[in-house]
Design a protein around this ligand. Sequence first.
Ligand code: UTP
Length: 290
Amino acid sequence: MNKLRKAVIPVAGLGTRFLPATKAQPKEMLPLVDKPVIQYVVEEAVRAGVESLVLVTGRGKAAIENHFDVAFELEDTLRRRGNLSDLELVQGIAQLAQFAYVRQGEPLGLGHAVLCARHAVGDEPFALLLGDDVFDEADSALEALITAHHATGCSVVGVQEVPLEHVSRYGIVNAPPASDGPWKVTTIVEKPDPSAAPSRWAVVGRYVLEPRVFDHLAALEPGVGGEYQLTDALAALAREGRLVAAPIPAKRWDTGNKLDYLKANVEYALKRAELRGDFAAYLKDLAKDL
Ligand code: UTP
């Protein structure tokens, strides 16, 4: 598989759905069991072959930079205590990839956040991963998109079918499903009313984009909610016949949503050999009284 060298991960949003937890800490640092959500996302990109990550951060997001940096005092203490397994765990995080950070001064929307990464990305295709969408780590969501990008040369959005009552939370594509390869996107609309949605295929936090998208982003006017919408730039790519959709065959949790966050924690805890037995017994006992 051909590699994509760079990925952008925007993490500058305010995380208002998770207040008060996100008053003084980034929502991307909330853990699934004991690992911050953002680390699952970074690891997915690295598994797909990405070497260089550009994180779009903002005020109050320093914990993310610290998490992917060397932690000298902690590492020194672990070394002196002979705690080599934790030392290896901590050191491995800073060695996952090359990290670069750009700042989004104001959270003006996802489209604006991606545009902030323009100079760090340069003139090459890149992956875009939203910092709060987590896919089951057994499958690689991003790999499905990279395959579609190499097959078509177009920009790619990862899509999943959602219930009709949820379409107003997503960018929704009109892309007649094709049995042989990626689906050509004819239109894409941001957060449509269910009665006006072109389909139930929602864009779910994974993209492979050509650098051409930056020209469209730079030309954007504020869209839905007064924010600069990535969807509007994707719609321009669709009009040029340069956008395809690839269905992502992996389970997903939107960890910026409380219910999904809780579900993800339960499922990731049950994946852990050291927790599974006691935790499953606890859940069964609890379920008796529900
Ligand atoms: P969300 O809408 O899920 O994030 O944006 P949010 O704005 O932080 O969440 P709520 O609705 O207030 O709870 C999707 C991704 O885009 C980033 C967010 O950090 C998140 O990872 N984002 C969003 C930015 O980087 N900048 C923005 O201006 C908006």
